[in-house]
Ligand binder design. Structure first.
Ligand code: MN
Length: 406
């Protein structure tokens, strides 16, 4: 199947003037994702996830926060030693001990963060902006002196005065040649318009690559991430299934599929997304909601008669992209809303062929069953109903003995 047959391109994009996206993905499932309440990944879990991210073509993997524990540090070190194409990054506060831990892990990039918002300065650090910036500078100098590449990350950037951000980023660029400056929407306050404005302002100010790290407290993490990319952000932060602190982060599967369908970026192997999502569900104990984009159980499930009938002729009538593109499966469900044409298509597709009167009898039974039980019916149940209908039309009377339970 050709690329163009796998999804419908958003042709409205042709009318919009935006610069071609120059992006990379930094997946933070192993760090922010693990900060989801109740989630602890084992060494095997982390390696399995990192392996898949690497083989999908994700450019940067944030492997952890080494000072959290000796075990965490060992795992980050092991991931960094795998020789992946993905570069490995780890988190560090603006203290030397954290940088020492990153050095022990031999990571490619260390992400040194401070918050510069009044809220965090006053209630978290109890220190001034100047004092915190001083700590960051000292730590960054120490890291670069030891050969580490540095991302200078502004936590709570979306609630930080923009001039303060500009000043800090400019100084880090000039004095220490940091490799990235990072904007974190730590509490998920941004929307696409304000994200675009914030990133554009920083893009005009510095030459250093910009990272964007979005949280989903208002359900806008993916949209904000893409708005940031349109405004010039280079590195987009994601997590598998969107897990992360509170409402989570921008989800890898949504961002990768949107990049492909909307912006034509097709270098990531999206066919592994469903498998990776299921793996992270199993390891984290968090199953995405059934209506979650891309990887939810209903992402390719159809019941309504009009939809199923059209899908049987051409799936793109009601699917933006085909399940194969993300390694998923289509599921046609028989239920209350199923029409005759759709039912005929479904039973043909599972190897049955009914006469017109049998089909009408079957659809009556399907509606009674599903309305009584308020549920769709499974394939096995459908096959039982087909057998019933055939016997009844042969003998000319309803069987009544065996009831299909659903
Ligand atoms: Mn975060």
């Amino acid at each position: 199947m050709s690329e163009s047959e796998q999804y419908s391109r958003n042709t409205l994009m042709d009318y919009i003037d935006y610069r071609p996206l120059d992006i990379e993905i930094c997946d933070v499932t192993l760090r922010d994702g693990e900060q989801t309440p109740g989630v602890v990944f084992t060494r095997e879990h982390k390696l399995a996830i990192a392996n898949r991210l690497n083989s999908m073509g994700v450019e940067v993997i944030e492997a952890g926060f080494p000072v959290v524990s000796a075990n965490e540090k060992e795992i980050v070190k092991e991931i960094a030693a795998q020789g992946y194409n993905s570069r490995i990054c780890c988190l560090s506060r603006a203290v030397r001990g954290d940088v020492d831990a990153a050095l022990d892990c031999d990571v490619d990039i260390v992400s040194i963060f401070i918050a510069m918002s009044d809220m965090h300065l006053k209630y978290k650090y109890h220190r001034s902006f100047e004092e915190m910036l001083g700590c960051a500078k000292e730590t960054i100098e120490y890291a670069t002196d030891h050969g580490l590449k540095v991302r200078f990350a502004a936590e709570d950037a979306s609630r930080t005065p923009i001039d303060r951000l500009k000043q800090a980023f400019l100084e880090m660029e000039k004095e220490y040649k940091v490799q990235y400056v990072s904007l974190a929407d730590t509490v998920g306050i941004l929307n696409p318009t304000t994200t675009h404005y914030l990133v554009s302002e920083i893009y005009k100010t510095v030459n250093t690559s910009i990272c964007i790290h979005c949280h989903d407290d208002l359900g806008m993490a993916t949209a904000n991430t893409l708005a940031a990319a349109e405004a010039g952000a280079k590195q987009l932060h994601t997590t598998v299934n969107g897990i992360g602190e509170r409402a989570g982060n921008a989800s890898l599967e949504e961002v990768l599929v949107a990049l492909r369908v909307q912006y034509g970026i097709d270098r990531y192997d999206t066919t592994r997304l469903t498998e990776l999502s299921q793996l992270v569900s199993k390891y984290s104990g968090i199953t995405p909601s059934v209506n979650k984009a891309v990887v939810g159980q209903n992402a390719f499930t159809h019941e309504s008669g009009i939809h199923v009938a059209a899908i049987l002729e051409e799936p793109r009538t009601y699917e933006l992209f085909l399940p194969e593109m993300v390694g998923g499966k289509r599921n046609l469900v028989v239920g209350k809303h199923t029409g005759t044409k759709a039912l005929k298509g479904i039973i043909n597709s599972i190897g049955f062929c009914l006469e017109r009167d049998e089909l009408c009898a079957l659809i009556d039974k399907v509606k009674v069953c599903t309305e009584e039980k308020h549920k769709s019916i499974s394939r096995e149940q459908l096959e039982k109903l087909i057998t019933q209908v055939r016997q009844e039309t042969k003998t000319g009377k309803p069987e009544g003995e065996e009831k299909v339970s659903i």
